[in-house]
Design a protein around this ligand. Structure first.
Ligand code: NA7
Length: 534
């Protein structure tokens, strides 16, 4: 496919953000070119095809709200949609809004550089170059797979798979000995399903996690009809919540946990446990801000792990103690802990007995060698900044984004960064992004960007650039907000702690989507305060 020599906007990525950006930009009369490394749309949902992959936000919330007909005609089948269903949905959206014609698939953007004389970005892909007046980076937060540097990994005779780069045709695990490294959300979803398929499963765990039952189930036609009948109101309410989806609250939700008698507290936790899903962190007002309050939820979950896992030694290995509950993205699961009661599933604690190397036959720790046919790396992502910094992005004067962000991402509202004019990031570091329902945040970001471009066009401006003092103030605000919470206490990917050598900076904005949206609207309302327009 040949690409246009010049467009108004290049959009990198054809996941949820890229598709919506292409739709809104073309609707606004701008010419666009999308580039997508994958051979199809979907982003996260294109790549993460591992067994059991599923969204942890409910399907009626994890869907676009911008088109009433779209939300009326699409029927979600489960409370939490599976990867294949979300991918079908995004393919449907691409077809319904005729977006594929704007996208060059199988085309990776390697570099982008801004020319201050022409006010244009030159975008270089493996297929050539295109210039654009504006660059919209919709590359996702969890799209750069993190593969640990295990000595000997390339000597393994079997198959090595990363959950985030799962083969599109699937993998037949029947009769095979499978090892899974990691116990984050991806592993916690994959482990029960892999255990069903494989002859034997060995799980290599470094840090146990707090997992809560998802309570996944089919959505009944009546339930779906009720949601559809009230979709507009449902969406409006979601946008007014902290995270972008409606949790059932109780009269206790606004109270500090320790003010509530222990028996009532446990009843509240039990209600949320039985309901399933993400509501546990919202049981009381201070679960994510007060260590002792957090400990009440953590203890509740620990007791549930001990109840579910019959072998006491395995149960103790699965009990998390080193970080507060919710400070790593809380996984929700289907039969995760029960899977460790199977005779063909073994848990190996690689905290006390670390992985030394991968050998041709499997994985060797200090104490033993585990023979495997398939090694699954559920080892996560170089989150948020990784997808951006893997490209060679250069701003004014050839300044490299990698240099500018060497000590951590520096953004204004998460949307832009000084020295890189006419470049916007969708749902990146410094915005609520992964700390919210991504659908809500993506729509808000894209709408803001499109309105901004319309404003520039109306005013006859060709350049917009974040000011250094505005972004400095924003970074300080993002840090100060994180510091009021327990989040920085965990070695999480939010902090870059999972990637050796990555600067330890808390990346998402945890002030909530309502606060954030108001700030964005205020900036726009004041003629894009904190930006320079020329
Ligand atoms: P995560 O949450 O980053 O989990 C990665 C897991 O892999 C985690 O348990 C890590 O242990 C483990 N890991 C990473 N490197 C190693 C090495 N070298 N040795 C042993 N274990 C290792 O990624 P996921 O894909 O599960 O989830 C990412 C997000 O996707 C998730 O939060 C949802 O938002 C969706 P560690 O905890 O670092 O000790």
């Amino acid at each position: 496919m040949t690409h246009p020599a010049h467009v108004d906007v290049v959009v990198v990525g054809a996941g949820i953000a890229g598709l919506y950006a292409l739709h809104r930009l073309t609707e606004a009369g701008l010419t666009v070119q999308g580039f997508e490394a994958g051979d199809g749309v979907g982003g996260t949902w294109y790549w993460n095809r591992y067994p059991g992959a599923r969204c942890d936000v409910e399907s009626v919330d994890y869907s676009y709200s911008f088109d009433e007909d779209l939300q009326q005609e699409w029927d979600w089948t489960e409370r939490y949609a599976s990867q294949p269903e979300i991918l079908r949905y995004l393919e449907h959206v691409a077809d319904r809004f005729d977006l594929r014609r704007h996208i060059a698939f199988g085309t990776r953007v390697d570099a982008a550089s801004f020319d201050a004389a022409t006010h244009r970005w030159t975008v270089t892909t493996d297929a050539g170059t295109t210039t654009a007046s504006f660059l919209v980076l919709a590359v996702g937060c969890l799209s750069a797979a993190q593969v640990p540097d295990f000595p000997g990994l390339d000597t393994f005779r079997g198959e090595v798979l990363h959950t985030g780069q799962w083969p599109a045709d699937g993998v037949d695990l029947a009769g095979r000995r499978v090892g899974v490294i990691g116990t984050g959300s991806s592993a916690i979803q994959a482990i029960p399903v892999i255990a069903e398929q494989a002859a034997e499963l060995i799980v290599f765990q470094r840090t146990p996690n707090y997992s809560v039952p998802a309570g996944n189930r089919p959505l009944s036609p009546d339930e779906l009809a009720a949601v559809k009948a009230g979709y507009a109101e449902h969406r409006r309410r979601a946008r007014e919540t902290f995270f972008g989806f409606v949790f059932p609250l109780s009269e206790l939700s606004s109270r500090p946990a320790l003010e509530v008698p222990a028996a009532d507290r446990d009843r509240e936790f039990q209600t949320r446990w039985d309901r399933g899903g993400a509501g546990m962190t919202r049981a009381f007002a201070d679960i994510l801000t007060d260590r002792q309050a957090n400990e009440t939820a953590a203890e509740f979950i620990r007791s549930k792990i001990r109840e579910q896992v019959t072998d006491p030694r395995t149960a103790e290995l699965l009990v998390p103690v080193d970080h507060p509950f919710g400070t790593k993205r809380p996984p929700i699961d289907t039969d995760y802990y029960d899977t460790f009661n199977r005779d063909d599933v073994t848990l190996v604690d690689v905290r006390s007995d670390p992985i030394v190397e991968v050998v041709p036959s499997g994985v060797r720790t200090g104490a033993a060698t585990y023979d495997l046919d398939v090694l699954v790396l559920a080892t996560g992502f170089d989150a948020m900044t990784g997808p951006l910094l893997r490209m060679d992005i250069r701003g004014v004067g050839g300044r490299e984004l990698r240099d500018k962000w060497a000590a951590g991402p520096v953004t204004y509202l998460g949307l832009a960064t000084e020295g890189f004019p006419n470049m916007f990031v969708v749902a990146g570091a410094g915005s609520p992004s992964v700390m919210s329902n991504m659908m809500v945040s993506i729509e808000q970001h894209v709408d803001w960007i499109v309105a901004c471009l319309q404003h520039l066009r109306a005013e006859g401006h060709t350049v917009i650039e974040a000011c250094a003092d505005a972004e400095q103030a924003w970074v300080e605000h993002v840090n100060a907000t994180a510091a009021t919470t327990l989040y920085p206490e965990a070695n999480s990917w939010y902090l870059g702690a999972n990637v050796p050598g990555k600067p330890r900076v808390f990346m998402p904005y945890v002030g909530g989507i309502v606060d954030y949206r108001k700030r964005c609207e205020d900036v726009a309302g004041r003629g894009y305060a904190g930006f320079q327009l020329a």
